[in-house]
Design a protein around this ligand. Structure first.
Ligand code: ADP
Ligand code: 5GP
Length: 196
């Protein structure tokens, strides 16, 4: 008797979801809420050369690395993707992602547009979600209100944000971050959605 796709005998591939969107839109806030409410989704911890913000812990929000260590990881093929963003470098360690997917755990990456494009090319089955602000004014308000960057860095991030907002149509789905709780529920539904 034929076995229906998606049954235990034919498990669907585990979804790799990529969340992207302009700096300040609320990606980290949404991801933190998801981590709190839905520990069954595994969130990749990126490596970055940027210094920790107050309250950030090495190994939790990021693995903080110096330039030499980041260079070594690139050279040894340890990064699934990486990009330079607003003066620092960020990358996704490859091995933990591959291990979780093999084990059948849903995986979420929170990365910038350049990284999302690399993952789209190397992992064609990945599902890409764009997080949009309710308005440009609200994005500026959130990014400046966070108070974690110097005005010059905020300006650089806003310049990049204009480019990133224009790329929304490249994504498989877009969610507007008006309410963190609502976006978190909508994102979870996409992460756990049946594969086609
Ligand atoms: P990103 O990770 O995309 O750079 P953050 O998660 O750091 O953005 O959020 C930027 C700022 O916006 C933070 O001060 C955060 O508290 C605030 N913020 C996030 N989501 C919302 C929301 N839905 N409504 C109001 N403020 C928000
Ligand atoms: P932040 O400095 O605000 O934490 O992050 C800056 C940008 O880097 C955000 O757009 C975030 O999504 C992105 N980012 C974080 N980790 C990675 C990563 O591993 N790879 C890439 N390409 N971008 C990342």
């Amino acid at each position: 008797m034929p076995v229906a796709p998606g049954s235990d005998a034919h498990p669907r591939p585990t979804r790799l979801t990529v969340l992207s969107g302009p700096s300040g839109v609320g990606k980290s806030t949404v991801v933190k809420e998801l981590r709190r409410c839905h520990p069954e989704v595994w969130l990749s911890v990126s490596v970055t050369t940027r210094p920790p913000r107050p309250g950030e812990t090495n190994g939790v929000e990021y693995h903080f690395a110096d330039d030499a260590e980041f260079d070594r990881m690139i050279a040894e093929g340890e990064l699934l993707e990486w990009a330079a963003f607003a003066g620092n470098r960020y990358g996704t360690p490859r091995r933990p992602v591959e291990e979780r997917l093999r084990a059948g755990t849903p995986v979420l990456l929170e990365i910038d547009l350049q990284g999302a494009r690399q993952v789209r090319a190397s992992m064609p089955g990945s599902f890409h979600v764009f997080l949009a602000p309710p308005s440009w004014e609200e994005l500026v308000h959130r990014l400046t209100g966070r108070g974690t960057e110097e005005p010059e860095v905020v300006q650089r991030r806003l310049d990049t944000a204009r480019v990133e907002l224009a790329a929304e149509k490249e994504f498989d789905a877009a969610l507007t971050n008006t309410s963190v709780r609502d976006v978190c529920d909508e994102l979870l539904a996409l992460i756990l959605a049946p594969q086609v």
